[in-house]
Ligand binder design. Structure first.
Ligand SMILES: [Zn+2]
Length: 262
């Protein structure tokens, strides 16, 4: 299961897309505009039928504008997307727009609230992107608990926050990618402590190139991530939990399929 990837951007790295998916896998591909949604849909149509791709569309907090808001509302109403996102908050501080000022916070909140309302109206799951903003999510979590599902993509927060979000929103899922292999101790602790029913795997392809674990500063082995990197993530998750890989794979499949199934 790859709960989060960007197939249009992956196609710019990999010539033969079908070569980097595990046959029989299911994926959720996120887009941020009508144009990338259309491109993603066209790319999916060319993949073998053994690979199931569901599509989501969202207004990304790294591009906090309303340009695509109408397209998103139309797609949600038409039932042509399976989820809303990725969306959320980004106050990482690496660019002026991602710095937590009252003005930026207001803007990102407005865009986020618009999407929460759409998801509630159309009963769609949401895919969340959060950087340095978990406190804000606690303000919205009770409303989002009414959604069919809530995916915290690339979760890097501490286990106590994940568990407390899960308590308020039992349909929350915490998705882990190659970052887990790169030695993030908080993520590893989350994988150990969260119930298996709250776990997902993802590649965030092409944006999370895997490194050889476990040493910090390890060599980058590829310039991009791709969906079959999820196999290594799953293996490591099973190792962390001390369980069989096949057993965990079946649970993660069922977690994903509760939200996304034909
Ligand atoms: Zn992403």
């Amino acid at each position: 299961m790859d709960a989060h990837l960007h197939i249009d951007q992956l196609s710019q790295q990999v010539a033969d897309l079908s070569s980097c998916f595990v046959p029989g896998s299911s994926c959720l591909a996120s887009s941020h505009s009508q144009k990338t949604l259309d491109t993603s849909r066209a790319l999916c149509a060319k993949l073998p039928s053994s690979i199931k791709i569901f599509l989501s569309l969202g207004l990304h907090p790294q591009l906090p504008v309303f340009d695509e808001a109408e397209a998103l509302a139309d797609a949600a109403a038409a039932g042509s997307i399976s989820a809303i996102g990725e969306c959320g908050f980004d106050f990482f501080g690496d660019t002026p727009l991602r710095t937590r000022t009252p003005q930026n916070e207001r803007l990102q909140r407005t865009i986020f609230e618009y999407q929460v309302n759409l998801a509630l109206r159309h009963n769609l799951p949401m895919v969340l992107h959060l950087r340095k903003a978990t406190d804000l999510i606690f303000e919205y979590i009770n409303a989002m608990a009414q959604l069919p599902g809530l995916i915290f993509h690339g979760w890097t927060g501490p286990p106590n926050e994940a568990i407390s979000l899960l308590k308020r929103c039992p349909r929350a899922l915490f998705s882990f990618g190659t970052g887990l292999l790169n030695g993030n101790k908080k993520s590893q602790e989350c994988v150990r402590q969260l119930p298996a029913s709250a776990l997902l795997t993802e590649s965030d392809a092409p944006f999370q190139p895997p490194r050889e674990r476990p040493e910090p500063g390890a060599r980058v082995i590829r310039e991009w991530s791709q969906p079959d990197d999820v196999a290594a993530v799953l293996r490591f998750m099973a190792e962390l939990r001390g369980c069989q890989e096949s057993e965990l794979a079946a649970i993660i499949r069922s977690n994903f399929e509760q939200l996304f199934k034909d």
